[in-house]
Design a binder for this molecule. Structure first.
Ligand code: SAH
Ligand code: F3S
Length: 455
């Protein structure tokens, strides 16, 4: 029987993407097959996140559970990658000496080689426990050059266009764990889009930690930005929906705003993190813009694409956040009318400038503010969903509903999970028109308008 690989992924979509690439690579180079059962795996990989404290604690809890599996099966290999590995490096093997391989977000293409190397290291510690094969560097040569073409499952796919972040917001570890911004060459990205379209993909999501900082070079050495990439990808046969994530307000250029007016394939949905609505806090976070400047961009985007749905990231309880600062955030939320958020209480991260700031707000006040913010955004989302009842939405059908097999399931442009009764499996992977009949907290129900495809 072939060897099996189990990967557990924590954190962001970049990590999800990286885990898929590692699975592809270990499959093509070492014949490892993915399994969803850790107990039957020969290799266990943990792709970690260090964005908040809780995310980091999860790593050692998980490794503790895997240690028991290794005691039963001494040939089992355990690897740790991602942002915690990048920050902690060899310190991981001090705390968890049974770990065989440690790799960073920029060295995942070396995992096969590191697994081989770890074989030769067993027993070289002179009785001090095991020694791990470690590489958490940021090599000059991009990892993308070493990865096989993505294996495609389903009709939607992520395409990573850039790595890292050079913004250095004062609270954030990403620039330290993933390195500075590096963009992939334009032709490489386009080739991947065409490859995906040929495999039946209809929706692509351009991915980057700071995706609108994308500045790739074309074959003639000219600089190309995200708006150019979107415009060209939209012309690829079969690609009818384009999303991008995550973008930064400062990099939101006029050309990208124009793309919302000119490129119908670009969805009427945008995730644009603001973190706070207070100018004092934005400054202390080093976000590089004021609340008014953010609002101005939002208003221009709304003018370019009327009805666009907007979501954002928020941090509450940043050091020094006053009641008034929080009010400013709540006012911004009402003004923009956000439809969704990823919002968290601030978590001091070792090594970041903000971790040295005095923080006097009690934890329960921060939690209360988070609760108020999340409740408000849920109310707004509910109202927006209810306003969709009666409208006809274009839905990309992705699968038969897991809970009720009578239904097909898909997503609207504004990314709402939508289901409708239908027994025709041929519609999976197609765009159809659905009249919305009911709005729920996290989904919509509708009825198929007719079986003709939207496009
Ligand atoms: N590139 C994105 C953010 C990536 S990190 C941007 O432009 O903002 C994802 C989110 O995690 C951030 O938007 C922020 O809301 C949250 N986050 C990052 N560091 C954090 C910290 N120290 N405490 C709490 N939340 C944090
Ligand atoms: Fe982090 Fe700010 Fe970059 S939140 S990922 S440093 S834009």
């Amino acid at each position: 029987m072939g060897k099996k690989l189990f990967i557990q992924t924590h954190g962001c979509q970049m990590n999800e993407y990286d885990s898929d690439r590692i699975a592809d690579l270990l499959n093509s180079e070492q014949g490892l097959e993915l399994t969803t059962n850790a107990e039957e795996a020969d290799v266990l990989l943990l792709n970690t996140c260090s964005i908040r404290e809780k995310a980091q604690e999860k790593v050692f809890h998980q490794l503790g559970r895997w240690k028991a599996l290794k005691e039963k099966n001494p040939n089992l290999k355990i690897g740790v990658g991602g942002c915690v590995a990048s920050q902690e490096g060899a310190a991981i093997s001090e705390r968890a000496p049974y770990v065989d391989v440690i790799f960073g977000p920029q060295t995942l293409h070396r995992v096969p080689e590191l697994l081989n190397k770890s074989d030769t290291l067993i027993g070289t510690s002179g009785g001090k426990g095991q020694v791990a094969a470690i590489d958490v560097t940021f090599p000059e040569i991009e990892k993308f050059d070493h990865l096989p073409p993505a294996r495609v499952e389903g009709v939607t796919a992520f395409v990573s266009v850039m790595e890292g972040c050079s913004k250095y917001c004062t609270f954030c570890v990403v620039p330290y764990t993933r390195g500075e911004e590096v963009s992939r060459p334009f032709e490489d990205v386009l080739e991947e889009v065409v490859h995906l379209a040929n495999k039946g993909v209809r929706e692509i999501n351009f991915l980057g930690q700071n995706v609108n900082a994308y500045r790739g070079l074309d074959e003639d050495g000219n600089e190309v930005d995200l708006a150019d990439l979107i415009t060209v990808a939209a012309q690829v046969d079969g690609i009818d929906r384009i999303r991008f994530t995550t973008s930064h307000p400062v990099e939101f250029t006029d050309s990208l705003i124009d793309a919302f007016r000119d490129v119908p394939e670009l969805v009427a949905h945008l995730h644009l993190p603001v973190q706070s609505g207070s100018d004092n806090i934005l400054k202390a976070m080093k976000r590089g813009h004021t609340a008014a400047e953010y609002l101005d961009k939002i208003n221009r985007i709304k003018a370019a694409r009327p009805g666009i749905s907007l979501s954002s990231d928020f941090i509450v309880g940043f050091p020094g956040e006053t009641e008034q600062d929080f009010e400013d955030t709540m006012n911004l939320i009402a003004e923009v009318d956000f439809d969704h958020s990823f919002s968290f209480v601030y978590s001091a991260r070792p090594g970041t400038p903000a971790s040295a700031l005095a923080d006097e707000t009690p934890e329960d006040v921060k939690k209360q503010r988070l609760q108020i913010l999340q409740t408000r955004i849920q109310q707004q989302a509910r109202r927006i969903a209810e306003s969709m009842v009666g409208s006809i939405q274009t839905v990309l059908v992705t699968h038969r509903n897991d809970r009720d097999v009578k239904d097909l399931n898909g997503r609207t442009e504004n990314n709402r999970s939508t289901y409708f009764a239908c027994d025709n499996d041929d519609l999976i992977g197609k765009f159809v028109q659905v009249r919305i009949t009911n709005a729920y907290a996290n989904s919509l129900r509708g009825e198929l308008v007719n079986e003709e495809l939207a496009y």
